[in-house]
Design a protein around this ligand. Structure first.
Ligand code: E4P
Length: 219
């Protein structure tokens, strides 16, 4: 299973990278805005910096809404760095753009996926990745991970190459279930990556070992 970090914050990306478990990065317009990036040039420079930090797929989102404009934008984004994957929203125009971008060899991550049939369409159109948003489904009292289970099931029936990125991850349980279901990737906020590392029994165990070691050293 691959771990991506879901952030545009360079410090968080560096910290997760230092753990040795980071395979890629996903960003979105909200995460970019959160970093105080004020214009398109700043956005491009920021994506470049992320690509320098992580030698893996880095998702940068297209914000156009019609397919021709999305394609033009995707070409620009893909030219930033060979690791850039263009995030395309799961809309009619988005789907059209994905199949044309696949023909050009531009990698795509179909985002804002909330149903298994949307995921099926994205795979048929040639998406490199599909991102079901589990946390946002949980927020409206639907079970987000049920969607992932259905997508894993459908993709395995047809041997699609599209990889599933479990997105909108809010807690360690999402990651655990994603791994048990065999999802290819989870894109995880830094806070949740940190939660995955920690266990209270590890902390208690460490404290006791260190205290007992003081006896060995005669303190
Ligand atoms: C995924 O690629 C998205 O950037 C992200 O997971 C959305 O998460 P949110 O629902 O917490 O905003």
């Amino acid at each position: 299973m691959k771990f991506f970090i879901d952030t545009a914050n360079l410090k968080e990306i560096e910290a997760a990278h230092a753990l040795g478990v980071l395979d890629g990065v996903t960003t979105n317009p909200s995460l970019i805005a959160k970093e105080g990036i004020a214009d398109r040039r700043g956005f491009v420079e920021h994506i470049k910096k992320i690509c320098e930090l992580v030698q893996g797929p880095v998702s940068a989102e297209a914000v156009s809404t019609d397919s021709d404009a999305m394609i033009a934008e995707a070409r620009e984004l893909a030219a930033i760095d060979p690791h850039v994957v263009v995030k395309i929203p799961m809309t009619t125009d988005g789907l059209k753009a994905v199949s044309r971008l696949a023909d050009e060899g531009i990698k795509t991550n179909v985002t804002l996926v909330f149903s298994p049939l949307q995921a099926l369409l994205a795979a048929k159109a040639g998406a490199t990745y599909v991102s079901p948003f589990v946390g946002r489904l949980d927020d409206i009292a639907a079970t987000g991970m049920d969607l992932v289970a259905q997508i894993v099931d459908i993709y395995s029936n047809y041997l699609f190459e599209t990889e599933i990125i479990v997105a909108s991850v809010r807690n360690p349980l999402h990651v655990l279930e994603a791994a048990r279901m065999g999802a290819d990737i989870a894109t995880i906020p830094y806070k949740v990556i940190d939660q995955l590392v920690r266990h209270p029994l590890t902390d208690i165990g460490m404290e006791k070992f260190l205290k007992d070691w003081e006896k060995v050293e005669g303190k």
